[in-house]
Design a protein around this ligand. Structure first.
Ligand SMILES: [Zn+2]
Length: 237
């Protein structure tokens, strides 16, 4: 097996072989209401900033034009897709390094992976949330050439050994709430990877993020997570 393929299998394998935040590429992260870009009222600034401090959001972008960003494909995000990495040894920084190195390859084929690489927007662990690409660019993380890739912001949750999964999920819920506000995305459009059928894959609906699925599909644990997203969304609004 080619080394790169092996690396792709070891790191970040959740995604189907498979914009900094905001409009323009390579724009700095701006969550503070002072940026003027977040549609929040003055009264919610304190909550917004306090919730975003708990996200600890950093940019570590894959350079535009390389690897997963070698082709620019614009996107108006309508959904947020939540994944988990199914990788027991890599934290967010390691995933980011792999994305920047072009180590996460996938076979490019018609109706399948469109660019030969995996790429998504954010990776979250129990310490930090890292942004890999602008949210106005399509990733390659959900359902090949389907709407999950064409219209959704992809967030991967790390689950490396020894990490605190509850902290990671809480950080992810905060980030999702912020992205809802920033992009006008309703709660019903915050979906698990499971939501997007993958044409030609078996099973078509992936058990992802597996620790939030119940018997392989959304159930009570997913609803609890969505409740947390909704809680932060209402706090920020
Ligand atoms: Zn996934």
């Amino acid at each position: 097996m080619p080394l790169l393929t092996l690396v792709a299998m070891i790191i970040g394998v959740c995604c189907t072989p498979v914009a900094p935040i905001g409009g323009r590429a390579d724009r700095p992260i701006e969550w503070a209401a002072r940026s003027g870009s977040a549609p929040v009222s003055a009264g919610s600034v304190g909550s917004l900033n306090s919730i975003m401090r708990g996200v600890n959001l950093r940019q570590d972008l894959v350079p535009r034009g390389s690897h997963g960003r070698k082709v620019f494909r614009s996107m108006s995000p309508r959904y947020i897709t939540i994944h988990s990495t199914q990788n027991w040894s890599a934290d967010a920084w390691k995933h980011s390094q792999a994305l920047k190195n072009g180590a996460l390859r996938a076979p490019k084929r018609r109706g399948g992976n469109r660019i030969g690489y995996l790429i998504w927007h954010f990776t979250v662990d129990d310490k930090v949330a890292l942004q890999h690409m602008p949210t106005n660019e399509q990733g390659e993380h959900a359902d090949f050439d389907g709407p999950g890739n064409r219209y959704s912001i992809g967030i991967e949750m790390c689950e490396q050994r020894g990490s605190n999964l509850n902290t990671t999920m809480d950080r992810t819920a905060r980030l999702a709430a912020y992205l809802m506000i920033k992009n006008g995305i309703p709660l019903r459009n915050v979906v698990p990877h499971y939501h997007w059928p993958r044409r030609g894959a078996s099973p078509p609906h992936k058990n992802c993020p597996h620790f939030l699925m119940t018997n392989g599909r959304p159930g009570s644990k997913w609803r609890v997570f969505l409740g947390k997203v909704d809680y932060y969304y209402r706090q920020m609004k």
